[in-house]
Design a protein around this ligand. Sequence first.
Ligand SMILES: NC(=O)c1ccc[n+]([C@@H]2O[C@H](COP(=O)([O-])OP(=O)(O)OC[C@H]3O[C@@H](n4cnc5c(N)ncnc54)[C@H](OP(=O)(O)O)[C@@H]3O)[C@@H](O)[C@H]2O)c1
Length: 278
Amino acid sequence: MTQNSQDMTLVVTGATGRTGSRVAEAARAAGLTVRPATRAQGFDWGDRSTWADALRGAAAAYLVYPTDVGSPEAARAVGLLAHEAMGLGVRRLVLLSSRGEELARPTEEALRESGADWTVVRAAWFAQNFSEGPLVEGLRERGELVFPGGEVREPFVDVRDIADVVVAVLAASDRYIGQALTVSGPRLLTFGEAVAEIATATGRPMTYRPVSPRQYGDHLAGFGVPPEEVEFLVDLFETLLDGRNAYLSDGVQQVLGREPRDFAEYAREAAGAGAWKV
Ligand SMILES: NC(=O)c1ccc[n+]([C@@H]2O[C@H](COP(=O)([O-])OP(=O)(O)OC[C@H]3O[C@@H](n4cnc5c(N)ncnc54)[C@H](OP(=O)(O)O)[C@@H]3O)[C@@H](O)[C@H]2O)c1
């Protein structure tokens, strides 16, 4: 960034979501002007005619592709949006991507090919998946997590650390341009251990019931998730949850010079905020 971070308008896509809401908060705290871009503001990833108004006059954008950065439409949409942003002088683009997800690489490549001043932040599984989004209901209503995570270990990352990394990267002039950073939490936990930490934090018994990706797909279909999305998620979980991601990454330490937040701290705070209260 050649501009002072004080003069900088940051477009935040996904601003009502798990990471975007924290990116918006951290960016405002750092003195940036935040322009949220979700469907409520008229920005729709599925409608190119809505993109220019969201981008015009901004210096940078945080890109979150719903529902998954590795979905079949993501690479095309991110590439087209990055070109449009460049045409409007919005050169600095930070994409949220996924650690260990091969399907996300074409989306990252489309960003790179746009010629933008890009940074990719590849994140581990979010800790907040347990308290915001589809997993929360079972834990809250029945004290049970049904999920195809087997006994695999994952270093769940707190989305506030992702947000802090994104904002620090934007504030760091050109230091992280052209880099893919990989962020995780500080500790490997199985899904069962994560649920046990939530049980401790809430004082409620909670259980984890591992199922196969296919069984989980049937479960999602029962909740009305469209068949093509179910198939995509079944394939994704079969690969992402096969043990390939059972290692720590040091992007948080590298960018922020501190340890990532621990899962126990997340669980305590989310429990205190009533995330799993019936
Ligand atoms: N969950 C994980 O553990 C994990 C790990 C690594 C990477 N990721 C990646 O994280 C991304 C999701 O990020 P997140 O969890 O922060 O978001 P999220 O909580 O799933 O929220 C989705 C956001 O996208 C917006 N949105 C949905 N459809 C839209 C559309 N058609 N046009 C414009 N905006 C739309 C929503 O806003 P409105 O509905 O208000 O429009 C909302 O702000 C995915 O790309 C996923 O691959 C996830």
